[in-house]
Design a binder for this molecule. Structure first.
Ligand code: GCU
Length: 606
C-alpha cells in the first residue's frame, strides 16, 4: 500500500506540469541572465527520447524510464543502460534556427532536443525566476531539472515559465524538445512560401523579479483624446492588492500615484497638454518608469494616434501615405532566421534607403528588435499573425492556436508606437468558416487593443464579370479598418503591359493598402524587359504597376513583395531560383536590383 502511495506521489510530482505564465511585459529591458550560446543537441526524428516503445510519452509515466531525454540521465554504474548522452553531443548556437547551422539539417523537419546546463549563483533571496523564450519554432516542450514546465505551440511569439521552486545554485539543466513538423491543423498550415526554419530561433534568458512584480502594463495615448495618456498596470505575486503604483514620465513632469485593486490591477488616465507626439519626422520616445515598493521597470514609449477617416489613414490627425515594403525575417547573407539587433538594423536600413516610412513584417511576428528599432527610426509597422492560405478553419484547436499567437504578439508589442496595424491573415480563401474564424480573431484583437487598426490581405476578383475591372470581393472587408490585397498582374496574371488595361473599383469607403505586388528577377541577369527573370522585366513591372495603382484614389500605401530574396522550398527553377524566391529588390548577397531604384524613385515623388 505504502509503495503505491509513493508511486502515485511520484507520478503527481513528475507529471505535474507547470503552467505557462502570463507573458512578462518588457522583458527587453528587464535585468536578465542570458542562456544564449552553445546548447548540446540530439536529432530525434522518431521522438525516441519522448515516447516509449509503446508510443506513450515518458513525461506522462509515473516513473519515467531513464531513457527519457528530459531527465538528462547519466549511468550510475557500468550496469546502467542509458542510450543517450547530451554532453557527448555537438552543439547548436542559440539563438538560431538549426537549418542554417548544420548542412544535414537544412531540410530537416522533426524533433531536435536541446540541453543547456548552467549554474545560477546570486539569486536574491525571496525573488522569483522565470525562463523566457523569445521564440521557438514550432512545438516546444520545456523541461527544467527533470520537471516538465509546459508545451508551447507557435513559432514566432514569446513565452515564459516560473522556475522559482526548481532553480538551484549549481548544475541546473534546461532540456527543450523542438518539433518543426508542419501540420494541417497548424498555424501556419502545411503549405507556405517560406523556409520552415526550426529550433530556438531567438534569445533564451532567465528573468529575475521580486516576489511581487510588475507583470504587465499598457500605456498609450487615449485613442479619442490626444491630451490624455491611458493605460493599466497589472501586478503579480503575493502582495498585489492595494499596492502603491507610481507612473513616472519625467519629460512630461508626470509622477502619478496610483493604488492597485484586489487583483493587483490599476487603470489610469493622465491629462497632459505637453506631449511631443511620436511622428515619422520626430519619433520621440519618452522614458516611462513604473514602480512599486518592490519592483521598478522603465520602457521607452512613443505617444501618437492612428485612425482612419473615410479612405484616409491619419497619424496624429494628419493623412499619410505608407511608402512600404514587405519583409521576411531572414538574414540572407548569413543565412537563416534573423534574430539579432544587427539583423534587424540591416533590414530596416535597407528599407530606409528605399525611401520607406512603413514596413509589412510578413507573414508572422518578427523578433522584438524590429519593432524596437522601428520605434526609434520612425518607421510604421504592419504585424501579421501567420494565418496563411488554407488553414483548417473548422478546427476549434486551430482557432485557439491562432488566438494564442495573436494574444502573445499583442501582449509583446502593444506599447510600441511604430506598430499601427495588426493583420489577421494573408490570402485566405473566402468561405463562411474562414469569415467566422477571422472575424472572431478581429474581435479578439480589438478587445485586447482598441488603439490599433485591423487589416488582412483580402481576396479580389473581376468586377461584375468584367476582366478589365478588378474589385475587392471579400466579406472580411466589412470587418477590417484598412482594406488590403495582394495583386500580381504582370507576373502570375499576364504580362506587365496588362497593367495598362486594368482599372480598380473599390466599393468600401475605407483606405486601401496594396500588401503585395512584384516579380522575380535573378540579380545580374540582364536582357529584354519582356524576358522573365531579368532585372529589366522586374523593373518594368514595377513601373507599370505603380502607374496602375496610383490611379486608385483609396490607395494610401503599399508594401511590394519583397525587400530581399528569401529561401523557399517551393522555388526550384535551376540557375534562377535554386531554393530562393527571387522577388526581392535586393539579392541574397545584398546587391540591389534595378527595380529597387524604380520604387525608390516612385517614393521620392510621393
Ligand atoms: C503570395 C504570398 C507570398 C508569396 C508570394 C509569391 O502573395 O502572400 O507569401 O511569397 O505571393 O508568390 O512570391
Amino acid at each position: 500500500m505504502k509503495k503505491n502511495l509513493l508511486l502515485i506521489a511520484l507520478f503527481l510530482s513528475s507529471s505535474f506540469c507547470f503552467t505557462q505564465n502570463a507573458l512578462i511585459q518588457n522583458a527587453y529591458n528587464r535585468t536578465t541572465t542570458s542562456l544564449n550560446g552553445d546548447w548540446k543537441y540530439i536529432i530525434d526524428p522518431y521522438e525516441n527520447g519522448y515516447y516509449n516503445y509503446r508510443y506513450e510519452p515518458f513525461d506522462q509515466q509515473p516513473n519515467p524510464w531513464a531513457s527519457a531525454f528530459f531527465l538528462n540521465s547519466k549511468p550510475k554504474d557500468s550496469t546502467d543502460l542509458i542510450e543517450y548522452d547530451f554532453d557527448k553531443m555537438e552543439s547548436l548556437k542559440v539563438p538560431g534556427d538549426w537549418n542554417s547551422q548544420k548542412p544535414e539539417l537544412l531540410y530537416y523537419e522533426g524533433t531536435v532536443w536541446y540541453k543547456k546546463s548552467f549554474d545560477y549563483a546570486g539569486a536574491k533571496k525571496g525573488n522569483r525566476q522565470f525562463v523566457y523564450f523569445e521564440a521557438s519554432n514550432y512545438k516546444t516542450e520545456v523541461y527544467f531539472n527533470g520537471r516538465k514546465l509546459g508545451t508551447h505551440v507557435g513559432g514566432f511569439t514569446p513565452f515564459n515559465y516560473d522556475i522559482t521552486t526548481l532553480i538551484k545554485e549549481k548544475d541546473n539543466f534546461l532540456v527543450v524538445k523542438v518539433d518543426n513538423k508542419r501540420l494541417k491543423e497548424g498555424i501556419p498550415t502545411l503549405n507556405t512560401d517560406w523556409w520552415n526554419y526550426g529550433g530556438l530561433t531567438r534569445d533564451v534568458k532567465i528573468i529575475e523579479t521580486p516576489l511581487s512584480f510588475i507583470e504587465d502594463y499598457f500605456i498609450q495615448l487615449h485613442p479619442q483624446n490626444n491630451k490624455k495618456i491611458k493605460g493599466y498596470v497589472q501586478l503579480r505575486g503575493k502582495y498585489i492588492s492595494k499596492q502603491k503604483v507610481q507612473i513616472n514620465i519625467p519629460k512630461l513632469g508626470i509622477k502619478k500615484q496610483l493604488e492597485s485593486d484586489q487583483k493587483g490591477k490599476v487603470e489610469f488616465e493622465i491629462k497632459t497638454n505637453k506631449i511631443k507626439y511620436w511622428s515619422l519626422e520626430n519619433p520621440y520616445l519618452y522614458d516611462v518608469t513604473i514602480e512599486t515598493t518592490e519592483d521598478r521597470i522603465t520602457d521607452q514609449i512613443g505617444f501618437r494616434t492612428i485612425e482612419t477617416k473615410g479612405t484616409k489613414i491619419l497619424l496624429n490627425g494628419k493623412s499619410i501615405y505608407l511608402k512600404g515594403i514587405s519583409i521576411h525575417e531572414e538574414n540572407p547573407i548569413r543565412g537563416g532566421r534573423g534574430h539579432s539587433e544587427a539583423d534587424a538594423q540591416q533590414l530596416l536600413d535597407w528599407a530606409k534607403e528605399l525611401g520607406c516610412n512603413y514596413v509589412r513584417l510578413a507573414h508572422y511576428p518578427h523578433n522584438e528588435h524590429m519593432v524596437r528599432l522601428a520605434d526609434k527610426m520612425g518607421i510604421l509597422v504592419w504585424e501579421e499573425n501567420p494565418v496563411y492560405w488554407t488553414i483548417d478553419w473548422t478546427n476549434p484547436a486551430t482557432y485557439q492556436n491562432a488566438e494564442n499567437q495573436l494574444s502573445e504578439l499583442i501582449s509583446r508589442d502593444k506599447n510600441r508606437a511604430s506598430v499601427i496595424i495588426w493583420s489577421m491573415a494573408n490570402e485566405t480563401p473566402n468561405s463562411p468558416p474562414r469569415n467566422e474564424f477571422l472575424s472572431k480573431l478581429a474581435r479578439f484583437a480589438k478587445a485586447n487593443d482598441p488603439t490599433r487598426l485591423i487589416s488582412a490581405a483580402l481576396e479580389q476578383k473581376d468586377y461584375q464579370g468584367n476582366p478589365n475591372v478588378r474589385t475587392i470581393d471579400d466579406p472580411f472587408a466589412e470587418v477590417v479598418d484598412v482594406l488590403s490585397f495582394n495583386q500580381y498582374i504582370g507576373w502570375y496574371d499576364g504580362l506587365p503591359e496588362k497593367c495598362k488595361t486594368i482599372t480598380w473599383k473599390i466599393q468600401q469607403n475605407k483606405p486601401v493598402l496594396i500588401s503585395e505586388f512584384g516579380a522575380g528577377a535573378k540579380q545580374g541577369l540582364h536582357g529584354s524587359k519582356a524576358a522573365r527573370w531579368t532585372e529589366e522585366y522586374q523593373a518594368h513591372l514595377y513601373e507599370q504597376t505603380v502607374q496602375m495603382l496610383n490611379k486608385i484614389e483609396a490607395v494610401r500605401g503599399m508594401s511590394p513583395w519583397i525587400l530581399v530574396d528569401f529561401r523557399s522550398p517551393r522555388r526550384v527553377l535551376p540557375e534562377i531560383q535554386d531554393g530562393w524566391n527571387r522577388k526581392g529588390l535586393i539579392s541574397d548577397e545584398g546587391v540591389k536590383k534595378k527595380a529597387f531604384f524604380v520604387l525608390r524613385g516612385f517614393y521620392e515623388g510621393k
